[in-house]
Write a protein that binds this ligand. Structure first.
Ligand SMILES: [Mg+2]
Length: 210
């Protein structure tokens, strides 16, 4: 008589998607569509810890849940549409609420120095312009501004290849937000297309709309 063997655990047809829900972590992203563990450094580095539609979803409570004590935020297409110079009232309220909630905040932008400094002064934030994201010195300088460690600092931005990649490589908590405009420059629009492909195809567990 053949002994009953315990049933092998069924492999999920699709791994868990990195969606927009708060609480997504990077821990579920190195499982391929075939259900096998495949360490993929590049893929992991391009995966945001959290993907949100709007800055308003990034509440003080959520930041505390993520262990965040300081916030870096990108300027163009994150706080305001690329090329604009006024902040939406609700975004201004979100930004203005961070400091009273106990989060030091600074703008970390690759944008031109004078524009970034002018806008940051208007918004009451410290800033680093022409920062050189995604490279590490940008984040080291920004962390010195805030006085926080990488693992307790969020980088909120709209671009995978600057904000998310740089934050992940530097050990920060990366939060990708839906861009506020399609982008002014042709290369930005091309990168947006590539970002959508990566976000959709990274785990094939479900589309991520941007
Ligand atoms: Mg941006």
């Amino acid at each position: 008589m053949r002994a009953d063997r315990p049933a092998a655990p069924r492999r999920p047809r699709h791994p868990q998607a990195v969606g927009r829900q708060p609480g997504n972590t990077g821990s579920n992203v190195n499982t391929s569509a075939r259900g096998e563990r495949e360490a993929c450094y590049t893929s992991l580095m391009l995966r945001p810890r959290l993907l949100v539609d709007s800055l308003h979803q990034v509440s003080a409570e959520l930041l505390r849940d993520l262990g965040v004590r300081g916030v870096l935020v990108d300027l163009d297409d994150t706080l305001l549409p690329s090329g604009a110079d006024t902040l939406d009232a609700s975004v201004a309220a979100w930004l203005g609420g961070l400091r009273p909630a106990g989060f030091p905040v600074a703008i970390l932008s690759n944008g031109e120095r004078e524009r970034v400094a002018t806008l940051a002064a208007r918004f009451g934030c410290r800033s680093l312009a022409l920062s050189g994201k995604p490279f590490a010195p940008a984040f080291r300088r920004a962390l010195r501004l805030l006085g926080t460690r990488p693992s307790e600092t969020a980088m909120i931005g709209d671009q995978l290849f600057t904000d998310v990649l740089g934050a992940n490589m530097a050990g920060l908590v990366s939060i990708l937000v839906r861009p506020l405009s399609p982008g002014k420059l042709p290369h930005t629009r091309m990168l947006r297309h590539l970002e959508r492909m990566i976000l959709r195809g990274g785990d094939r567990g479900g589309p991520v709309h941007r």
